[in-house]
Structure formats: structure tokens, C-alpha cells
Design a protein around this ligand. Sequence first.
Ligand SMILES: [Zn+2]
Length: 170
Amino acid sequence: MFTVFSLRNSVPLSPDESAAVFRVLDDYCRTPAGEWLRNFPFRRFNLRWCQSMTDSVMGAFLPAKPWTIYLMPADAGEESEPEPAAVSARLVEQSRLSWAQFMTVTVIHELRHAWQFRKCWWLYVLCSLPLLRAFTLERDAERIAREAEHIVEQTIAWHDGVAFQRRWRK
Ligand SMILES: [Zn+2]
């Protein structure tokens, strides 16, 4: 079971994974839906993969660690198997970065919790009470993430298109 203590088992995203996430966040900030994030220091956050997360928990923000966001890695819960030799290193690398980009929607959801917390910490704590949470903190963060989903998809598709063209021209 996933608990707060499982978060101790986490590793930072690699620099290129973080860069992939921040690049999508930069694009998101430029849209009207992402306006709230424009003056929020999101680059200060430490993004970490947490191996014990599963599909039901894809991300976490804890007021006790106000500058950290925990994320579910692509291979969560799996025994680490060696990749088949036929899979090229480049392909593995590509899918690792794609996963990080895909997780940006979760990052936005968790950043929204960090934003709620910084805006008014005592209200955040009050709204964290089990029954209230679903109607306050989660409703707001889910709305933000839902709006972000489409934008993130579009910006990933755009960057992939550019990367593809660049490779093609070589
Ligand atoms: Zn949430």
C-alpha cells in the first residue's frame, strides 16, 4: 500500500527529464489556462520519481516538503527487468522522456496543491480534512489538470513534430 512513508524511496528526475517537464510547463504558462502558474516559481521544485506509487496515486504534494513533487515512474511496481537487446538505447531514452512529458499533467495538478498551500496555508490545512478535501482542494486541482490536459497534449505533439523534422533533415 502507498503511504507517506513510501515517499522516502524516491529519486530525482534526471536533468533531461526535468528539462522536458519544464519545457511543457513553459508552454502551458503562455496559455490563458496557465496564467496562475506564470508568477509561481515552479522551477524551484524538486521533481522526484517514487517507485512505490501505483496507478491510483500518480503524484503527491506534502506541506511538510513544500518544494518537492513526487511522481509515479514509468516502471512503477515492476521488477526492473533488463531491456531486451533488440530495443535500442535511443528508443529507451525516447520513451523515458515521453513519460516525463506525459506526467506534466500530474505535475500541474500537484503544483496547484503547492499553490493552494502557499496562497493560504491554514485554509489548505483546514480543507485537507478528509470530507472537505474532495470538494475544495481536489475539485480545484482536478479542474486545473483537466484544462491542462489538452494543452499539454498539443504542446508535446508540437515539440515531437519539430524534433521529427529536425531528425528528418539530417
Ligand atoms: Zn490532488
